[in-house]
Design a protein around this ligand. Sequence first.
Ligand code: G3I
Length: 321
Amino acid sequence: PKGLDALAQRKRRYFGVAFDVNRMSDAAYTQLILAQFGQITAENSLKWETTEPSRGVFNFTNGDIVVKTAQRNKMSCQSIAPLRAHTLVWHSQLPSWVGNGNFTKKELISVMKNHINNVAGHYRGVPYAWDVVNEAFNEDGSFRQTVFYSTIGEEYIDIAFKQARLVDPKALLAINDYNIDGQGPKSTAMINLVKNARKRGVPIDQIGAQAHLVVGTLPTTIRENWQAMANLGVWVAVTELDIRMPTPANATSLAQQAADYKTVVNACLAVSRCVGVTVWGASDKYSWVPEVFSGEGAPLPYDDNLAPKPAYNAIVQALKA
Ligand code: G3I
């Protein structure tokens, strides 16, 4: 084995990446993904708009391609965690037939359960973990007013996790969110939700910290915060790491980014229940960031030409230390 995942495995972690069918035509990039990473998350292909574009019509074409790639990768990298499946219940990339508010509570529960039955059922036994519920919170720790929350209430989360456990009992079930890296109201809300849900017997096994971060502005309490999550008895996974900066990058920003990557990887290594790190893409040329934050980008360990950046070397150093 070689690459970042092999180094991570020596620390009983995995090192993963978001990847998808639309990147597979880039042979050099695909080769890099397979050589360096031991875990794949489909960047888009397992989202609701793709898997159930109209009610009861399921499409697993692209999802299956990503899953087969991850399974092949497992064999070459001996990875402990070849596939994280993202995501079952999320307000974004949700087809309008679900999100338009036309369903009663009872109907939407049935729509949600049917989605989980079919999607998690199709992949039963394959993913190491499912992101069952994604981005349930606002920044102040209140519940985001999604169609699921507004129609069903807070219990949509319990229902989704219980259904996912029934359908794919071997997978770890995760609740995933961004800006829960350092301590703050959103992290506190996540910790309270998971603590109380588990008391009620709701099968939440893992908290996913997306870790979409900004160079030079990392929270100072990442390790303590992830440790507090782990202390609930759940696993912690760093699920979508990237660290963006104003573009174009320069030597100073690249050096700060390297230091920031090291901080995040070290935080995961310091928390024994932190199972691994997934970067949200490998090369800057395929990052979602520039489309969403104008004037920002270059958030990943490889540059536009697939050359490793200082951030890559920093990850290697952290994993080797
Ligand atoms: O599939 C269409 C294609 O047919 C069309 O030609 C093209 C034109 O723009 O758009 C394609 O869809 C895009 C899709 O990615 C697939 O590439 C959407 O416009 C685009 O909005 C979508 O962005 C994704 C974004 O989630 C949507 O919310 C990003 O790739 C993906 O990286 C990003 O990932 C999210 C995680 O799921 C959750 N956490 C935050 C993270 C970053 O936003």
